[in-house]
Design a protein around this ligand. Structure first.
Ligand SMILES: [Fe+2]
Length: 272
């Protein structure tokens, strides 16, 4: 039988990572990663679920009941159907812009710029954007000081690609060892002032670890590496003016986190 640590790697108190199968993103093969957090009530919170497997199900079931399935941006939804089928009682959370792409899924709640009551005692939350490409819901696991990103930062192993893809990846700023926010995404931001406020807040959370879905995540020195990744937006740390703030800026006041848009009545979200 597969042990928990084979399918789920613990990286701190009540937080694990699962490495998923490779997927193709616009034709580029990329590895995938899921983050699992055990909430204070004991329920499991699955971020960006990767393709499930019997070993992964066994490992999760040994940790606790799966209560929340979180789709953090409009691209990370490929495995959601399988997870909903496996855990029909789990609450399915929708990122901005995802509902229209997956009308076949019944989302129970919309992710907003502040944490849902079910995990407010465990996770910080905001939305990075706005962008015409995608907005991403970002989380911070306080107990382990882990920032949980999805596509905002990539750190891909260029040795896996041919010369053309490697050249493109380097041009995009998405290759190891430093990785970064892909330039194609930087150009998509429609309000840099709002995005900068969010980036400053992520840095102010002072994470030790920064997890993301594609490539070698930052296992230590998270705040410094995060600041370097966002230097194009916030400037160098020693050149920034004015105090940073922990107040959660909300560049998405119209996101239907309260169930206002599209006339939906969202399902009440309980912890576990
Ligand atoms: Fe992705």
């Amino acid at each position: 039988m597969t042990t928990v640590t084979e399918a789920l790697r613990p990286i701190g108190p009540d937080i694990w990572l699962a490495e998923g199968p490779e997927v193709r993103f616009y034709g580029v093969p990329v590895a995938t990663r899921m983050t699992v957090v055990r909430l204070a009530c004991g329920g499991l919170w699955l971020h960006s679920p990767v393709a499930p497997s019997p070993a992964l199900h066994d490992a999760l079931d040994a940790l606790g009941p799966v209560r929340h399935l979180v789709a953090p941006n409009r691209f990370h939804h490929g495995a959601l159907g399988a997870w909903v089928a496996a855990y029909p009682d789990a609450v399915l959370h929708e990122a901005p812009g995802l509902g229209v792409r997956r009308p076949d899924l019944r989302f129970d709640a919309a992710l907003g710029s502040s944490p849902a009551a079910a995990w407010a005692d465990t996770l910080d939350q905001t939305i990075f954007g706005p962008s015409w490409y995608f907005d991403e819901v970002v989380f911070h696991h306080r107990a382990s000081r882990t920032l949980i990103l999805t596509d905002l930062i990539m750190n891909l192993d260029g040795r896996r690609y041919g010369p053309a893809l490697r050249w493109l990846g380097r041009l995009d700023g998405a290759l190891a060892p430093t990785g970064g926010v892909p330039r194609t995404y930087r150009w998509s931001l429609t309000d840099r002032v709002a995005a900068r406020r969010v980036a400053e807040m992520l840095i102010a959370w002072a994470p030790e670890r920064v997890v993301f879905a594609h490539g070698a995540w930052f296992e230590r020195d998270g705040t410094a590496r995060l600041a370097r990744a966002f230097e194009w937006l916030v400037g160098r740390p020693d050149a920034q003016s004015g105090p940073r703030t922990d107040a959660n800026p909300d560049p998405h006041p119209d996101h239907p986190s309260a169930g206002r848009s599209r006339g939906r009545a969202w399902r009440p979200v309980a912890c576990g």
